[in-house]
Ligand binder design. Structure first.
Ligand code: NAD
Length: 495
């Protein structure tokens, strides 16, 4: 029997008239059916989240009580870690090794980290004092927060946002991607079991184009935290302008690795492979442009291509699989179209560029790791996000050229520098326009470190104290303490 999932509104699981099939991208087979929210369920979720904030217990609980709920949610994920890792693997096509060691434990840690730290983060700094007034700064929850999640890290990104929004005392409407709602809908069950007051978290799976505008323009929503494509991000900016909302936008990227000639070549090749091919290249921080210093370029390229061809493509449920399928046939078509366009603009495909021939994989959305060379910096693929296992490798002669190439894009999300000259790497890190720069490593996310891009990669931070504070309003309260209780304002008209 195919499992069925419903929405989660006001503490209850809610059926809808429309349902959708959820596919396993490794096999193209239906693995579940889920309810699909229409505007009717959006309205129910808005009412539920609003009431839970305005009249409910959640924003009024003591910080210790809030902390205990956060710990329960983290533990609830860990208690079901194996089942969730299987489900995330089936729904996204990520190899099981990734969902087991990355997605699920990191999701649980988001709650645990904030539970153990948010009370300290709320400590307001002492503002400058004027002898005639006393001022106090306090952080308060914003109200109803809409969280919109992409399909590439469905549970993890939901948990990053949910942990921060809840620790701040907000109520939430969570919208997963309609391609990958399953682990978030399982999380709804964990939330219900935890005893979190009804309406504090509402999960509505549904089509962004159908319900997005209503959800993101409604007056009852105070904040939207969005992770997804640049294109949809721009639409949400427009919707939210109608009633003015606090926003966090975590959008796409076109990140660059700079590889200098003093590196340990093997480490640089191995790491550069991971930095583009993990999760089939469907990472916002994928290092989809690799710039290599001219005198090691040939050696680097040869080794990179040889190893890229050895990456084991396979069904996601095999623990040995190193590269699973792309999320959908549509995504694979988009990747293919980018490669065709790159070729038309002069690029040469020196490995991959096609669907694997293995018959075992014929029903899934697999694609070979692809390396392009000879890409003109003016070509589309040099600047635009492909979101698939496609990398371009390009030469540079010196550090200035490398930085100029890295910055030659409208995105500014992340970068890597590989060099043994740490002083130079540190200097270059400041010149590269990106929210995160990794030196001699890649992909390390820490709950304590705020993360988020600049330019068209968006604004606002996720994670860390700064990421948490995004979900709060900072209020100042100013109290007169003038001699004889006569504030300056009293004298203005001279009465
Ligand atoms: P997407 O923009 O297509 O969808 C993201 C979410 O927005 C989904 O839940 C979708 O249903 C919803 N949506 C779609 N249309 C909408 C509308 N009109 N109104 C409201 N919501 C709408 O992105 P995707 O394809 O799911 O994810 C891939 C993108 O996400 C890539 O561009 C990637 O770089 C980006 N991403 C960024 C980060 C980051 O931290 N910067 C992290 C992960 C992914």
């Amino acid at each position: 029997m195919i499992p069925k999932y419903t929405l989660f509104i006001n503490g209850k699981f809610v059926e809808t008239s429309e349902i959708q099939n959820i596919l396993n991208p490794s096999t193209g087979k239906v693995i579940a059916q889920t309810a699909v929210a229409s505007l009717k369920e959006v309205e129910l979720a808005l009412v539920s989240a609003r009431e839970a904030f305005d009249q409910g217990a959640w924003p009024r609980l003591s910080l210790e009580e809030r902390k205990n709920f956060m710990l329960k949610l983290g533990q609830g994920i860990l208690d079901q870690a194996e089942e969730l890792a299987q489900l995330e693997m089936q729904n996204t096509g990520k190899p099981l090794k990734e969902t087991t060691f990355m997605d699920i434990p990191s999701s649980a840690k988001s709650f645990e980290y904030l539970a153990n730290n948010f009370i300290n983060f709320l400590d307001p700094r002492q503002p400058l004092m004027d002898p005639d007034v006393q001022a106090e700064l306090i952080y308060q929850p914003l109200g109803v927060v809409v969280l919109i999640i992409p399909w590439n890290y469905p549970l993890l990104i939901a948990c990053w946002k949910l942990a921060a929004a809840l620790a701040a005392g907000n109520t939430v409407i969570l919208k997963p991607s309609s391609l990958t709602p399953l682990t978030v809908l399982e999380l709804a069950k964990i939330i219900q079991k935890s005893g979190l007051p009804a309406g504090v978290v509402n999960v509505i799976n549904g089509s962004g184009p159908k319900i997005g505008e209503t959800l993101c323009s409604d007056k009852r929503v105070d904040m939207i935290s969005f992770t997804g494509s640049n294109e949809v991000g721009k639409q949400i900016l427009q919707y939210s302008a109608k009633n003015v909302k606090k926003l966090i936008m975590e959008l796409g990227g076109k990140s660059a690795s700079l590889i200098f000639d003093d590196v340990d070549l093997e480490v640089a090749v191995n790491s550069a492979l991971t930095s583009i091919f993990l999760n089939q290249g469907q990472m916002c921080t994928a290092m989809s442009r690799i710039f290599v210093q001219a005198n090691i370029y040939d050696k680097f390229l040869k080794s990179f291509v040889e190893k890229a061809q050895r990456i084991k493509i396979g069904l996601a449920d095999n623990f040995e699989t190193q590269m699973g399928p792309l999320i959908s046939d549509a995504q694979r078509k988009k990747v293919l179209a980018y490669i065709e366009k790159a070729k038309a603009e002069g690029a040469k495909v020196i490995c991959g560029g096609k669907i694997p021939e293995n018959v075992e994989l014929k029903n899934g959305y697999f694609f070979e790791p692809t390396v392009l060379v000879g890409v003109n910096p003016r070509a589309h693929i040099f600047k635009e996000e492909v979101f698939g296992p496609v990398v371009l490798i390009h030469k540079f002669s010196d550090a200035d050229e490398a930085v100029a190439l890295a910055n030659n894009t409208d995105f500014a999300l992340a970068a890597c520098i590989w060099s043994k000259d740490l002083a130079r790497a540190q200097e270059l890190a400041k010149k590269i326009n990106a929210g995160t720069v990794w030196i001699n490593t890649y992909g390390m996310f820490y709950n304590a470190l705020p993360y988020g891009g600049f330019k068209q990669s968006g604004f606002g931070k996720e994670l860390g104290r700064e990421g948490f504070l995004e979900y709060l309003g900072l209020k100042n309260i100013i109290r007169d303490q003038s001699v004889e209780d006569k504030p300056l304002v009293n004298y203005w008209y001279g009465f």
